[in-house]
Design a binder for this molecule. Structure first.
Ligand SMILES: [Zn+2]
Length: 219
């Protein structure tokens, strides 16, 4: 009788233990509960919004490196960057536009390759300090209209010249308006602009986050 009770206790213990374990596993793999993960966790933007347009230049050879340096076209950022970006995009959508992304989080090794080609801190951050891209807090973006056409911003993405600067005056009013539309809503949503590149925005609170060299999974 004593042995039987022990056996029943053991079975009950195993049932409770295994059911708890399966619940824990289910919660930790869910991406539907953002509050369960930390603000600085790296996440994939597409898991939080389907309202963005992607043209991830470094997953192709259409970039100044002339090389495909990402294995796949994913936009990883820290969760707090994703939150701010989703709100900014909602503002653009109300006005008939949406954000198109050229680059997001960038592993430090890629930063080193960029610095070898363009060792100029006006255009590429020195990998010794690390870019905000390496911290998961920067995005390179433009705006597209309802037909998916990019607004005229005066230069292409990654144009390394004075014409890409916010301070450059010799631009049409339309280009100035387009740049100002992008800049004003990004600044209202926690981002800083970068003087020499109209496409680059940093989340203000990302400066203190650590540089990373983690690669994301492609599948
Ligand atoms: Zn950038």
């Amino acid at each position: 009788m004593i042995i039987t009770l022990k056996k029943i206790s053991l079975i009950l213990f195993l049932v409770v233990f295994l059911s708890c374990k399966s619940q824990i596993t289910a919660i930790s793999t869910s991406k539907e509960i953002p509050s369960s993960i930390g603000d600085t966790t790296f996440v994939n933007l597409k898991d939080y919004s389907s309202d963005f347009v992607y043209d991830m230049k470094y997953a192709t050879d259409d970039n100044f490196l002339k090389a495909k340096v990402y294995d796949c076209a994913e936009c990883y950022l820290r969760l707090k960057t994703v939150r701010a970006l989703v709100v900014a995009n909602q503002e653009f959508i109300k006005k008939g536009y949406r954000i198109k992304l050229f680059d997001c989080y960038r592993p430090l090794d890629i930063q080193k390759k960029m610095w070898e080609i363009v060792p100029n801190p006006e255009y590429v951050a020195d990998p010794a300090k690390g870019s905000i891209h390496n911290r998961g807090g920067a995005v390179d973006i433009t705006l597209v209209n309802k037909r998916g056409r990019e607004l005229d911003m005066g230069t292409k993405f990654d144009f390394f010249g004075i014409e890409a600067s916010h301070a450059y005056e010799n631009l049409s009013q339309k280009v100035k308006d387009n740049r100002m539309l992008l800049k004003s809503i990004m600044l209202e949503n926690g981002f800083n602009s970068f003087d020499s590149e109209w496409w680059h925005y940093n989340l203000k609170s990302a400066l203190m986050d650590v540089v990373s060299n983690e690669k994301w999974k492609c599948n």
